[in-house]
Design a protein around this ligand. Structure first.
Ligand code: KIV
Ligand code: ZN
Length: 545
């Protein structure tokens, strides 16, 4: 008998037509958060979880509860404040981790999952764990059996599976299925796999593991060679029925497989996945029209920008620059488009609003864009829109979306606020002689502080002044500027990755974002955003598996 997640008595998915489809396991909140600078606070995690749920994700991996009290609280809140998706927490194969994880996912009730991992490859056994094969099998089996006493739905990951000897991998997988694991994940932890080999490994397990049909085979690919999506798709074609991925492909090092790419590759090329019709096997439950919104939200919250040419959701994904292409697309979009922007939720038109547009025009545009703004927020949004319209003649959809992210989602944790900023710089001065100055006033509650500093350029001067005012040491690890719409007066969105040391804390790497028609102002806001966020995450314990 083949046990799919649906016919598995431990899941609460509806049986029937959707029984044998591909389950989407999103790990944006866990592996995604392991991207340097991608830390999110609790409310942000809950907001992403709810968006993932609306998107149609089947399982949300919400964090690693033993890692820190913040991680625990986030997993618990996601478990409490979602209603349909399964909620998983990660745990090492240790009793303490499993107990903590079980407690965190408990509010999800029958939707709770514990995801246990233990490395199996020779290099991890020897250098990380210092354990023999038999000890690994025993520890994995005991961890799963123990977890099953606390939770019905257990997933097991043999970490670095793709570099593990296939016969030993089969032995571990068989042992954990015997102990009660209902999903066996085969991670390509270091992004080393090749599609053909990875597919062959899945087929090998299907042939060589007794009772493999009692579990769902899952895949989890990292992108170190840029092959995460290709490997995930090859594995599905070989029989995997759960794919672990993240929005925008964020994740440890080069990231994980990008959810939007995997889903759209399966949908656009259903010919490669025989039987992939709605509701049938090989169909995912993702509502593709929500992909763009989810991608924007994750960019906005993590402060991790996308390259313009990112597949599916990048700014250029549907832009046609050459005249020949434009001509063809106007006559028939299919000449150069294999999917429509609308099918993934990219706003179809770019209607321009301006200074004289009223509240009704703004509201109508937001509705057309599918951007929900609560009645209680509309005044705030309208005021910010008018302020922007005073600085900028034409307001494009990109401006509006960025404005909503800034004003409504309020990603900025306003501990320190920027009250005043003045910079001056001499452009074109000889190398090494260029000097810029910045005067900055910051406030925090009732405290107001002003200082001035010099730097190599205006942004450097602003950073120096702020660091001195707040009493921190910090350096810019990465700086990106993106225009959110068209024209010389377009708003600039600055994304910064900063390494910051707050008084009495260890250094943390954190992302910050700022938006303004003035790029120095946007940079100042981004730096302050990073500083405020660093205050929240500093001191979080790092777990090394
Ligand atoms: O990449 C990996 O191996 C992981 C496991 C914990 C599943 O993230
Ligand atoms: Zn991973």
């Amino acid at each position: 008998m083949t046990v799919s997640p649906a016919s598995n008595p431990t899941t609460n998915q509806p049986a029937g037509a959707a029984e044998d489809r591909v389950w989407i396991f999103d790990t944006t909140l866990r592996d995604g958060e392991q991207s340097p600078g991608a830390s999110m606070n609790l409310e942000e995690k809950v907001e992403i979880a709810r968006t993932l749920e609306a998107l149609g994700v089947d399982i949300i991996e919400a964090g690693f509860p033993i890692a820190s009290p913040d991680d625990f609280a986030a997993v618990r809140s996601v478990a409490e404040r979602t209603s349909r998706a399964r909620v998983a927490g990660l745990a090492r194969s240790l009793k303490g981790d499993i107990d903590r994880c079980a407690e965190a996912v408990k509010p999800a009730g029958s939707r709770a999952r514990i995801h246990i991992f233990l490395a199996t490859s020779a290099i991890h056994r020897e250098f990380k764990l210092n354990k023999a094969k038999e000890e690994i099998v025993k520890q994995a089996r005991e961890a799963v059996a123990y977890a099953r006493t606390l939770c019905d739905d257990i997933e097991f990951s043999p970490e670095d599976a793709s570099r593990t000897e296939p016969d030993f991998l089969a032995e571990v997988v068989e042992a954990v299925i015997g102990a009660g694991a209902r999903t066996v994940n085969i991670p390509d932890t270091v992004g080393y796999a090749y599609p053909e080999d990875y597919a062959a490994l899945i087929r090998y397990l299907k042939t060589n593991v007794r009772a493999i049909d009692q579990a769902v085979i899952s895949v989890h690919c990292h992108n170190d060679l840029g092959l995460a999506v290709a490997n995930s798709l090859a594995a599905v074609r070989a029989g995997a029925r759960q794919v672990e991925c993240t929005i925008n492909g964020i994740g440890e090092r080069a990231g994980n497989g990008a959810l939007e790419e995997i889903v759209m590759a399966m949908r656009v090329r259903k010919d490669q996945f025989p039987g992939a019709t709605p509701g049938s096997r090989l169909w995912t439950g993702i509502e593709a029209e929500r992909l763009y919104g989810a991608s924007r939200l994750v960019q906005s919250i993590t402060g991790l920008p996308l390259q313009r040419n990112k597949a599916i959701v990048g700014d250029n994904a549907f832009a046609h620059e050459s005249g020949i292409h434009q001509h063809g697309v106007i006559k028939n979009p299919e000449t150069y488009e294999i999917m429509t922007p609308k099918s993934v939720g990219v706003p179809a038109t770019n209607m321009v609003l301006g200074k004289h547009s009223g509240r009704a025009a703004l509201q109508q545009r937001l509705t057309t864009l599918g951007v929900g703004v609560a009645d209680t927020d509309i005044d705030k949004v309208f005021a910010a829109f008018k302020q922007l319209a005073d600085k900028k003649k034409e307001i494009y959809d990109g401006d509006l979306i960025a404005l909503i992210e800034e004003v409504v989602r309020g990603r900025t944790v306003s501990v320190w606020k920027l009250d005043y900023l003045h910079t001056s710089a001499v452009a074109g001065a000889a190398a090494g002689t260029q000097l810029a100055t910045a005067t900055v006033r910051l406030s925090k509650g009732d405290a107001v502080k002003t200082d001035a500093a010099t730097g190599d350029g205006p942004v450097d001067a602003v950073v120096q002044a702020m660091n001195r005012l707040i009493g921190i040491v910090g350096e810019v690890e990465d700086y990106r500027l993106r225009s959110v719409s068209k024209g010389g007066d377009a708003q600039g969105e600055v994304s910064i990755r900063a390494k910051l040391t707050l008084p009495g804390q260890e250094a943390v790497v954190v992302g910050g974002k700022g938006l303004s028609t003035d790029i120095v102002h946007a940079s100042a806001l981004a730096w302050l955003d990073a500083v405020n966020r660093a205050g929240l995450i500093a001191g979080r314990q790092q777990i090394v598996s």
